[in-house]
Design a binder for this molecule. Structure first.
Ligand code: NAG
Ligand code: NAG
Ligand code: NAG
Ligand code: NAG
Length: 309
């Protein structure tokens, strides 16, 4: 009876002490060292301002200069007006982009072009229209013309026909010539990003460009009310699951010094999966220590009890 009682007590001590050694999930949650702000814009995964934070495809991309968030890619630097984490999009502004009020010519604008390694992660949205202005007849846009159809079209109800109505055109003293096919290339050609993939004003031989996006489902009456800017959809692709698992276990998502491998930062250590597996591997070690200690006590007390009788 005494032996059984002692055994139960020891078992109780063993299980309660080992349970205390497994840290509750909440104690492993670290403050997210990667989340930050620039002006009133929140910078969160997959974006980051610090090296080693966020998704590797988004590294060396955002810079905060005097509370102004800048997006830097091959074609140039853009001001970030908004990051919409729910819709996974960001809105960019290029100061050398033409709008309804001003026209900027002389190939000063950035257009939109990404490095190959970064292109899987960003795409201007399908409802974003690029209006290419003053492209020469030699432009790749018009090659095959007139046999081939011009790539120019309306995107989400926005196109050059309406854009010609903007004050910028009369201010710049541009004529709206060439709108009739057959009399040379049009002064303005609207395209979606999907049809040409790279908006490079030098390669396309265009003088300038404008970009507008629709804030669906609002029906906007005219080009004076269009939203000017570049709306870009971003995606961390299949690796998104890595970060979800990491954050669910209290970690912060980042990447290794190679700039490729994703890491889950769990307080004092980095894991290649998530913080549960990092904690599990360290608690397994303490479990075995407790186990051997408890086993030793159990053995000793049973031996002593038996020898007393
Ligand atoms: C951020 O501030 C700018 C002006 O500084 C304002 O136009 C914009 O609406 C603000 N954005 C948010 C999300 O509060
Ligand atoms: C974890 O990874 C981050 C980002 O690469 C690095 O800054 C940090 O030093 C690493 N920490 C440890 C403990 O290795
Ligand atoms: C744009 O095209 C020109 C000429 O083809 C090229 O030299 C330049 O590197 C391109 N720019 C970008 C950002 O791709
Ligand atoms: C674009 O829409 C306008 C107005 O609805 C129309 O007049 C024009 O022909 C369209 N352009 C193209 C290229 O479809």
């Amino acid at each position: 009876m005494a032996v059984l009682h002692l055994f139960t007590t020891l078992c109780y001590i063993f299980f309660s002490s080992s349970a205390a050694l497994v840290p509750p999930a909440s104690s492993t949650i670290q403050p997210n060292k990667c989340r930050s702000y620039c002006g009133n814009i929140t910078i969160d995964y997959p974006f980051a301002l610090q090296h080693g934070c966020g998704h590797p495809g988004f590294r060396d991309l955002l810079f905060c200069i005097n509370d102004v968030l800048m997006f830097h890619i091959t074609s140039g630097s853009y001001r970030v007006l908004e990051i919409d984490y729910a819709y996974q999009s960001l809105t960019l502004h290029d100061p050398h982009m033409s709008t309804c009020d001003t026209m900027v010519l002389g190939q000063q604008g950035n257009g939109f072009a990404l490095d190959d390694w970064r292109s899987p992660y960003f795409n201007p949205t399908p409802d974003n229209v690029f209006m290419l202005i003053g492209c020469s007849a030699k432009s790749p846009l018009f090659q095959g013309f007139p046999g081939k159809h011009l790539p120019c079209r309306n995107v989400s109800g926005m196109g050059c026909e309406e854009y010609y109505g903007c004050p910028a055109w009369s201010l710049a003293g541009r004529k709206r010539a060439g709108t009739v096919y057959g009399s040379g290339p049009p002064e303005c050609c609207a395209v979606g990003f999907e049809s040409i993939k790279v908006i490079n004003l030098t390669r396309l031989d265009c003088e300038g460009y404008s970009s507008a996006y629709s804030l669906a489902p609002l029906r906007i009456s005219g080009p004076g009310e269009w939203a000017y800017g570049i709306r870009v959809k971003y995606s961390a692709q299949s690796n998104d699951g890595f970060c979800r698992a990491c954050e669910a276990t209290g970690g912060t998502c980042g990447y290794g010094s190679d700039g490729v491998r994703q890491l889950c930062m769990c307080g004092s250590m980095n894991s290649t999966s998530n913080c549960d597996s990092a904690v599990k591997s360290s608690s397994i070690r303490s479990w075995s220590a407790t186990e051997s200690l408890a086993g030793f006590f159990l053995f000793t007390s049973i031996w002593m009890t038996i020898n007393q009788n």
